[in-house]
Design a protein around this ligand. Structure first.
Ligand SMILES: NC(=O)c1ccc[n+]([C@@H]2O[C@H](COP(=O)([O-])OP(=O)(O)OC[C@H]3O[C@@H](n4cnc5c(N)ncnc54)[C@H](OP(=O)(O)O)[C@@H]3O)[C@@H](O)[C@H]2O)c1
Length: 251
C-alpha cells in the first residue's frame, strides 16, 4: 500500500514516516523540499497517483492570521482536489482539540477552515484532534515573551508527546476512515502557566512566568475546557516528567 505523508519532513510527519516504513509500507514524503507543494500544486498529481492513504501533517510557515488561513484553505483545496481525482481512499489530518471553542484565534479559525474543507470533500476521512505537543512548549514561550516575562493563562492543558501522537496517527492511517473526528491527549491535566514554569526551570531558562487568567493564547482567552478534551479521548502514555527525562538524556 502506498501512503503519502504531506509534511513528512516535519516534527510529527517524520515520525509517522518512520513508523509506517518500519511496518513495510511504501511511504512518500510530501514537502516543498521533496518537490511536492500543496500551496502551489507542484508535484501533487504525481504524488497522489496510486496512493490509497494521504496523511496531511503540514503546517503553515507563518502563524500570522491571514497567512495561516490562506495556507490551510489553499493547501486543503489543492490536496483534496488531487486526492478526489486520483481516487484516494482515506484522508487523515491532524487538527487541535477544542478548535471550535477557540475561534477568537486566527490560527484556530484556519484549522476550522481546514476541517470544514475535509468534511465537504468526497474523500473518506479521519480528523485526529490533538492537544499541544510537549515539543511545542518552546514555541508557546516564545509567543508569550515580553522582555524577561512570559504571561500565560493558568487554564488546564493536557499535552502529549510527539512520539505518542505520531503512533496514534500511524494507527489511524492503517484503520478504516471514520468520516469524523476524535480527540487525542496526554495522560495528565496541568495548568499552562505551571507547566511552563516547570519547563523553564528544567532548561535553566531565567524568564519569569506570570500566571494571568486574561493572558491570550494565540489570540484567544482560555478556560479549563478550551484546550482539553471534553468526553472520550485516546490518551498517550508519556507524562511531562518522562518526556523531559527522555528529551534531556537525548542531548
Ligand atoms: N504544535 C502543536 O502542539 C499541535 C497540536 C495539535 C495539532 N497540531 C497540528 O499538527 C500538524 C503538524 O505540526 P508539526 O509541528 O509536526 O509541523 P512542522 O514540524 O512545523 O512541519 C510542517 C511540515 O509542513 C511542510 N510544509 C510547509 N509548507 C508546505 C507546503 N506548501 N506544501 C507541503 N508541505 C508543506 C513542511 O515542509 P518543509 O520541511 O519542506 O518546510 C514540514 O514538513 C499541524 O497541522 C498542526 O496544526 C499541532
Amino acid at each position: 500500500m502506498k501512503i503519502l505523508v504531506i509534511g513528512g519532513s516535519g516534527l510529527i510527519g517524520s515520525k509517522v514516516v518512520t513508523n509506517l516504513r518500519q511496518l513495510g509500507y511504501e511511504v512518500l514524503v510530501g514537502s516543498p523540499s521533496t518537490g511536492i507543494n500543496t500551496m502551489t500544486g507542484e508535484g501533487l498529481a504525481n504524488a497522489v497517483k496510486g496512493a490509497q492513504v494521504v496523511i496531511d501533517l503540514s503546517n503553515s510557515p507563518s502563524f500570522e492570521d491571514q497567512a495561516v488561513l490562506d495556507f490551510f484553505e489553499t493547501s486543503g483545496r489543492n490536496l483534496l482536489a488531487a486526492e478526489e481525482a486520483a481516487g484516494v481512499k482515506h484522508h487523515i489530518a491532524l487538527s487541535v482539540v477544542g478548535t471550535e471553542r477557540m475561534l477568537e484565534s486566527g490560527y484556530f479559525r484556519a484549522k476550522m477552515a481546514q476541517e470544514n474543507l475535509i468534511k465537504a470533500a468526497k474523500v473518506p476521512y479521519t480528523i485526529v484532534r490533538s492537544t499541544q505537543f510537549f515539543e511545542f512548549l518552546g514555541g508557546i514561550a516564545q509567543y508569550g515573551t515580553v522582555g524577561n516575562e512570559i504571561r500565560l493563562s493558568p487554564a488546564h492543558v493536557q499535552p502529549i508527546s510527539s512520539d505518542d501522537i505520531a503512533a496514534i496517527v500511524s494507527d489511524t492511517a492503517l484503520a478504516q476512515p471514520i468520516n469524523g473526528t476524535f480527540d487525542a491527549a496526554g495522560p495528565e491535566k496541568v495548568g499552562l502557566a505551571e507547566l511552563m514554569k516547570r519547563y523553564l526551570t528544567a532548561l535553566k531558562d531565567t524568564r519569569v512566568v506570570v500566571s494571568d487568567s486574561k493572558a491570550a493564547y494565540y489570540g484567544a482567552q482560555l478556560n479549563d475546557q478550551s484546550l482539553t478534551p471534553i468526553g472520550e479521548a485516546r490518551l498517550g502514555t508519556a507524562t511531562f516528567a518522562a518526556w523531559l527525562n527522555k528529551s534531556q538524556s537525548a542531548k
